[in-house]
Design a protein around this ligand. Structure first.
Ligand SMILES: NC(=O)c1ccc[n+]([C@@H]2O[C@H](COP(=O)([O-])OP(=O)(O)OC[C@H]3O[C@@H](n4cnc5c(N)ncnc54)[C@H](O)[C@@H]3O)[C@@H](O)[C@H]2O)c1
Length: 347
């Protein structure tokens, strides 16, 4: 089924404002979830609205943001999100990182006591839309064991790097540091599907294609084995450790509705024009894009894509037809709407 964009936008904002969230904050969350579904990263789209609502109702996420700053200078700042909504905190942190980059060439903002912020590209693209390069990292509750370990100790921490290309869409790498995101495993479970080999292991570390075995007691596997594990550990350093916030086993799952989460983020923006001229940058990007796009294709391959290109193509298509939604997600969202006593979502 497909959902009309304006309809779901209004629906999501109504759900959140019903919980006494200010309209501007509700709108940031809604737009970030919408962007995920438009890009067909459904694992981080409106599928997450019911758990956000439940966490807000249980006062695990603030319904009205409180964000304070410390250790601020022309280049750096630490933000404390005081358990405000992740999207609202991350949006403000990225804006600050962009402002500092505009002023000083580079802007680094470390964030503590935030919440799940959805897709990391939403924030890195804010920089790319302003002739800047954006780097965004978040930690999450541990989902992966150490190499040789059999206990969840490190998150599949998402990482995004967005760089403007000039004439075409920005290049945007947006990835979990696991072979796949936990949300995609949840999404496969929602659809009653198996997951591909290599996405995760069961509680004894045995390879499995059953999403239930990964979710209940099992683990996600890092992308690229020890290298992905190493990147995930360093992401934890840049987020939780560097912000003075929580990391690794300190962070409970967002589906544990008895505890606050305390997620940390790291935002870095580079103002390109303060390193090289924008003219040279865009000329070089054009050249890089053409080297990649025009490179010889592997046998059987029809197309070569840049990082983020597939998601931009999906976004363009879905802006025309509405966002695709699984029936299970639709039903879960409408159970929530009923409990909130608001008009249901319509397909
Ligand atoms: N907030 C959180 O706690 C959290 C945690 C994990 C993941 N996430 C989000 O989950 C999302 C999904 O992550 P993922 O790792 O499953 O993404 P993915 O594996 O679908 O894609 C990863 C990257 O590979 C690129 N890519 C994919 N196929 C390609 C191809 N054929 N050619 C060139 N590039 C290609 C994509 O454009 C993307 O940049 C991301 O948006 C991430 O930010 C969020």
């Amino acid at each position: 089924m497909y959902i009309d964009i304006d309809h779901i936008r209004q629906f999501s904002n109504t759900c959140l404002t019903q919980l006494d969230m200010p309209e501007n904050e509700a709108s940031i969350i809604t737009e970030a979830l919408l962007e995920a579904d438009l890009r067909e990263i459904h694992s981080h789209g409106f599928l997450r609205l019911p758990i956000y609502v439940e966490r807000i109702q249980k006062e695990l996420i603030r319904n009205q943001a409180k964000i304070t700053e410390s250790n601020e200078n022309d280049v750096l700042a630490v933000l404390d999100g005081h358990y405000s909504a992740g999207q609202v905190v991350a949006y403000q942190a990225m804006q600050k990182s962009i402002e500092k980059a505009e002023q000083s060439g580079i802007g680094v903002v470390a964030v503590k006591n935030s919440n799940h912020f959805g897709i990391s590209a939403y924030y890195s693209l804010m920089a790319a839309q302003q002739d800047k390069i954006g780097i965004v990292i978040s930690n999450v509750s541990p989902l992966m064991p150490a190499v040789g370990g059999a206990e969840k100790v490190i998150g599949n921490n998402p990482l995004s790097i967005a760089a403007p290309t000039g004439e075409t869409d920005p290049m945007v790498l947006d990835m979990a540091l696991s072979n796949t995101s936990f949300g995609k495993v949840l999404f496969a479970k929602e659809k009653g599907q198996e997951v591909p080999e290599g996405w995760g292991v069961d509680e004894k570390g045995r390879s499995t294609t059953d999403p239930d075995q990964i979710i209940n007691g099992g683990f996600l596997s890092p992308v690229g084995g020890p290298k992905g594990f190493g990147l995930a550990v360093m992401a934890e350093v840049l987020t939780g450790v560097l912000s003075g916030g929580h990391f690794s086993k300190m962070i409970p799952s967002m589906y544990d509705v008895s505890q606050k989460q305390s997620i940390s983020h790291f935002m870095l923006t580079i103002d390109i024009k303060q390193l090289i001229s924008l003219e040279l940058y865009y000329e070089s990007m054009k050249q890089l894009v053409s080297y990649i796009k025009e490179s010889k294709k592997a046998e059987g391959a029809n197309q070569i894509y840049l990082p983020g290109e597939i998601e931009f193509l999906k976004e363009k298509r879905n802006k025309e037809q509405g966002i695709p939604m699984e029936e299970k997600t639709f039903n879960k969202i409408n159970e929530m709407a009923k409990a909130l006593k608001i008009s249901p979502l319509e397909a």
